[in-house]
Design a protein around this ligand. Structure first.
Ligand SMILES: [Zn+2]
Length: 220
């Protein structure tokens, strides 16, 4: 009797062991599959990863300082690691009743060339020979909207070229200063650096050394 009990528990144990390794190996296969298809520097479309962003892609319209539409369509492509960090930042904003609004994301080198041909001034447009973090897929130009979709007052419009757009400029209302501070605090917490002369510009810290790139995407 005693030996029968032992045989049953031994076979149960074997069954458990086989099931355990089957589960482990199949989940490991899934992980390998994901690793092969994407790396953290792969360019991806933000909208495929989150529906919680507001888009106002200024360079896909003529409503920008170039007065020219330089993108064929309004898409926000970024490196996967930038997308992941941005989604985490947006979750923090959503908890407080706000959402990120995007003005510009990854900017292919061909678009940077186009912009440089329109305005060949390094104070306003990065020289395509050097490239910017936008050309590396690690920069975003953003603001915030409240729960009613109204844009938060940041003191100047996007791409305002003047001292008032600087993080160091303090002759602004308390509300504006606190809005800029809120944006900066959450972005820095999630792995981004601010840019002193433009309240809207943020660079992913781990994206500074990625290569400039000339990806192309289809417009539907
Ligand atoms: Zn920017």
């Amino acid at each position: 009797m005693k030996s029968t009990v032992q045989v049953i528990s031994y076979s149960n144990f074997l069954f458990f062991l086989v099931s355990f390794f089957w589960i482990i190996s199949s989940s490991a296969q899934n992980e390998v599959y994901e690793d092969v298809s994407l790396t953290d520097t792969t360019f991806v479309n933000l909208k495929d990863y989150s529906k919680d962003f507001i888009y106002d892609m200024k360079y896909a319209t003529e409503d920008n300082f170039l007065k020219a539409k330089v993108y064929d369509c309004a898409e926000c492509f970024l490196r996967l690691k930038t997308v992941q960090a941005l989604i985490e930042a947006n979750k923090d904003f959503i908890k407080k009743g706000y959402k990120i609004k995007l003005y510009d994301c990854y900017r292919p080198l061909s678009i940077q060339n186009k912009m440089w041909q329109i305005v060949s001034n390094p104070e306003y447009v990065a020289d395509p020979k050097k490239g910017s973090i936008h050309n590396r897929g690690g920069a975003v130009d953003i603001s915030l909207v409240d729960s009613k979709g109204k844009e938060v007052d940041m003191g100047t419009p996007f791409d305002f070229f003047g001292i008032q757009a600087s993080h160091n400029y303090t002759k602004l209302s308390k509300e504006v200063l606190s809005n800029r501070k809120f944006l900066k605090k959450v972005m820095i917490k999630n792995g981004f650096n601010s840019f002193d002369s433009e309240w809207w510009h943020y660079n992913l810290k781990t994206g500074l050394k990625d290569k400039v790139s000339n990806q192309k995407w289809d417009c539907e």
